[in-house]
Ligand binder design. Sequence first.
Ligand SMILES: [Zn+2]
Length: 388
Amino acid sequence: MNDHHKLGRELELFDSAPLIGAGLPIWLPDGAVARHAVESYLYELERRNGYRHVYSPPLAKREMYERSGHLPHFADDMFPAMDDLVLRPSLCPHHAMVFAARGRSYRELPLRIGELGGMFRAERSGVLGGLQRVRAISLNDGHIFCAPEQVVGEIAGSLRLMKQAQQALGFEPSSIRLSARGLGGKYVDDPAMWDRAENQLEQALKLADVSYVEAPGEAAFYGPKIDVQVLIGGRESTLATVQVDYYQPARFDLSYVDADGERKRPVMVHRSAAGSMERLFAHLIEVHGGAFPAWYAPLQLAVLPVGAGQDAAARAFAAECHAAGIRAERWIEGTVASRVRAGAQRKVPYVAVIGPREDQDGTVSLRDRVVPVQAAIAELSALCKLPR
Ligand SMILES: [Zn+2]
């Protein structure tokens, strides 16, 4: 089995330092390059799907989390307040403030707000490990503010967006759960609200043709959700979710002016297309054994001159690849065979070899073919760019 801790260390993707603390991993340069490519892809995917992106700070006043319901219902998972400020356990209230920044009309709905933002959870030290469960979380988050009749369509759209992201990233969920309320006091007490929200999630799952299992007792405190489950270290974790929320819009008194001139309450659909960057990469490292699809591989191409005579050609080729947006390096140390092995160990998807023959003909050798330089650059750049 591929263990993301071990591969993450071997491939220098991330590290944990005792001096920083448990559950606070740092992304090393190669891990950061891969993550940046994935973030860029998600940003573009959301932008094409009508999201407007925002930035919001990872702290807010206690009062905001009293209002959102987090302090009454979720305080065990939060860090203690610092004076009047709290490290946020989720982005929802900040995005509610984006909606509330000015008066809203029904014409603006659905308003889709996206952010790759930081949030914090006071996880017990016993459960922390690698990237799978952390205390500082970078979430690909989004909130859709919509009219009640748009809810099902927006959930189904979020499910389709997730599916598209999963295909591009190269993984499939182990299961999709419909997480409903269970027994116990942690859930907001409003049975009619729960029934309506659960029903809408079910309708959307059918509309998007997604098969799922039911999981009572796994809902958020404010509403039911759809969970995308993946295997990490052989165990199922929740990667991404879609949630319907009638509670926070009421708590923050959000409203829009409808076509009939009346003030109406929007519904909030919380959704993540690909989860937190930490948990996503714990899974991606394992599912790909560290050999990521080329578009988010830290290094995409190693250029190997056979001897010193081809160094100039290799240098020129690597520079042109760079200019074409390919993450390329020229490797000159050791035999060609040892450099090809190093490429495999570092999970570099493409290797271009330039010997005297290639140099003379203006070509490069890719795995099993000899290709003219310009054609090789065009082909590699198509293989290495962000998917659409
Ligand atoms: Zn949320």
